[in-house]
Every structure is written in structure tokens, then in C-alpha cells.
Design a protein around this ligand. Structure first.
Ligand SMILES: Nc1ncnc2c1ncn2[C@@H]1O[C@H](COP(=O)(O)OP(=O)(O)OP(=O)(O)O)[C@@H](O)[C@H]1O
Length: 279
């Protein structure tokens, strides 16, 4: 197994300015009494879609939360553009890093447009209620643009509880993008999405990377992870492999980590992971 800390291959050799990275350096993070993330060194670049994969309990969510500053490092550091996260003010961080938690709730009774406007800092969502919002024209344009990019403009006046799970997921995404962050971190964004929504979401994320967004997504579906530019495989809190999908999604890595025999095939330009049985 390729236990890597130096970054292998060319997958991380990306043509973006040095100063636009989110990085973990020998990062360990506690979850309760457990050290859920152990000595992780990884770099996430803008204009890239990185998938974090690994079995249940591998530490993926804990790593993601540490990358946005919600969980503090026990040792090591997270840096944004070369500065430790805790050297940025909360406001500075929030304008650069957007985070979509697993199964994020939306304020009931609110209309889609108002929820997305939260991403522009319009008003506060407290105790499940969203007070009326007032945004300047230019801000409203940014909100509309964000809704258009993820395909929720047509729902703008609907109430969030009247939307399907997949539609709500896109509203959350529009809200995160409305903040115009440098990095967007998503925890299992394709959970509960049907095939079309899941692929649509991946396409939207990829599209956003083309305008410079760095996307880091925790994914369970290895065939969706295979569409990422870079993949980071975690097991028991440690990085087992990181690099291009092709270098990480190998039968050896996957069997060692998931305890499942898999075949990795190529279908056109796409890698396909086929489980064969438990080993
Ligand atoms: N508050 C907590 N107290 C104690 N242990 C915790 C706490 N939160 C997480 N853990 C443990 O830390 C480990 C990593 O959890 P984490 O949620 O980061 O894993 P994950 O890879 O995201 O898992 P999953 O794929 O199941 O969502 C797990 O063993 C989990 O039980």
C-alpha cells in the first residue's frame, strides 16, 4: 500500500498561484476522546475538485470540519493561503471558505431566494426563522446569478419545505456559492440524491472549478469520486493515498481499506469501480 505523505504523481502539480491553497500540515484532530485524524498532510488547490474518500469512521467529516476551522487541530496546522486558519478573523475565513454540512437543515417557511441571500450575509438565520431581508440591487444580482448557476432560479419564490431533497441540496449549494468563496467544502453532498441529481451536482461542482473555485467533497460513491481531479483516501484517520483518481482508486488500495475485492475498469475516459465481494 502506498502510505503517502509526500504528494505523488503530478495530480497536485497544478498551475495556480502559490498563494491560493488550503493545506493541512501533519494535522491531527480529536473527535471526543478519539484522535479521528492523525498526521494528515495534504494540499487542496483552487480550480480543482478533490474527493475525500474512506470507510465509515475514517475521519473524513472530522478532517473537513478542521479544514474550515470548525474543529481545532490537536497538533499540526491548517493553513489558508499560507496563513494558519486561526490567524484569520472569523469573517475573513467565512468569506473565503464555504462549508456544506451533511444533511444541512434550511429555515422552514423561507423562500428559496431569501435562503440563497443568506450567502451574501443578508440577515441572520436564528432559531429556524429567517427575518425579512433587504439587499442592494448589486447584491441581489449576485444572489440571482448563484441561483442560475445551480439551476434553482425557477424555484426562487418557492418555500424550501415544498422542494424535494435534491432541490433543497441545490438551494444549499446556491447559498454557499453566493458568498463567492475561494474554497467550497461539502460533506457527502450526493447523499440521498438520485443518479441524475448526483451527476448534475458533480457537473455543477466541476463547472465551478473552472472559474477558480477549489472544491473538496467527502464522497462515499467511488464512481463519483473517480470524476474528481484528485482523490484523498483516508483510513483510521490517516492518509493511505492521495493523487489522481487513477493512482488512488486501485484494487490494492480499495481492498486494503474497505476489505472488498474490486475491479477498476475504464469506460471511455471514465474509471469505474466494480465491487466483486468481501475479501
Ligand atoms: N463527538 C465525538 N465523540 C467521540 N467520537 C467521535 C465523535 N465524533 C466522531 N467520532 C468518532 O471519530 C471517528 C471519525 O468520525 P468521522 O465522522 O470523522 O468519520 P467519517 O469518515 O466522516 O465517517 P462516516 O463515513 O461514517 O460519516 C469515528 O470513529 C467516530 O465514531
Amino acid at each position: 500500500m502506498n502510505v503517502s505523505s509526500p504528494l505523488p504523481g503530478n495530480a497536485w502539480e497544478i498551475n495556480v498561484p502559490e498563494a491560493t491553497t488550503l493545506a493541512a500540515a501533519d494535522l491531527s484532530v480529536r473527535a471526543g476522546t478519539l484522535m479521528a485524524v492523525r498526521g494528515v498532510t495534504a494540499e487542496f488547490r483552487r480550480s480543482r475538485l478533490t474527493a475525500i474518500i474512506g470507510p465509515n469512521g475514517a475521519g473524513k467529516s472530522t478532517l473537513l470540519r478542521a479544514l474550515v476551522g470548525l474543529d481545532a487541530p490537536a497538533t499540526g496546522a491548517v493553513t489558508l493561503n499560507g496563513r494558519p486558519l486561526n490567524a484569520w478573523s472569523r469573517r475573513e475565513r467565512a468569506s473565503r471558505l464555504a462549508y456544506l454540512a451533511q444533511g444541512e437543515a434550511l429555515p422552514l417557511g423561507a423562500r428559496v431566494r431569501d435562503v440563497v441571500a443568506l450567502g451574501r450575509g443578508a440577515g441572520q438565520w436564528r432559531w429556524g426563522l429567517l427575518p425579512p431581508l433587504a439587499l442592494e440591487e448589486s447584491e441581489m444580482q449576485a444572489v440571482e446569478e448563484s441561483m442560475r448557476r445551480v439551476g434553482v432560479l425557477e424555484f426562487a419564490q418557492r418555500r424550501v419545505e415544498d422542494l424535494s431533497g435534491g432541490e433543497r441540496q441545490r438551494v444549499s449549494l446556491a447559498r454557499a456559492l453566493a458568498a463567492d468563496p475561494q474554497f467550497l467544502l461539502l460533506d457527502e453532498p450526493t447523499n440521498h440524491l438520485d443518479l441524475a441529481y448526483a451527476l448534475g451536482l458533480m457537473d455543477t461542482l466541476r463547472q465551478e472549478t473552472r472559474s477558480g473555485l477549489g472544491v473538496v467533497a467527502v464522497l462515499h460513491d467511488l464512481n463519483l469520486a473517480a470524476r474528481a481531479d484528485c482523490v484523498l483516501l483516508l483510513h483510521r484517520g490517516r492518509v493511505v493515498a492521495q493523487g489522481s483518481a487513477e493512482s488512488v482508486l486501485t484494487p490494492e488500495h480499495l481492498q486494503a481499506v474497505y476489505g472488498v475485492r474490486v475491479a477498476v475498469l475504464r469506460h471511455g475516459a471514465q474509471l469505474v469501480v466494480v465491487p466483486e465481494g468481501r475479501s
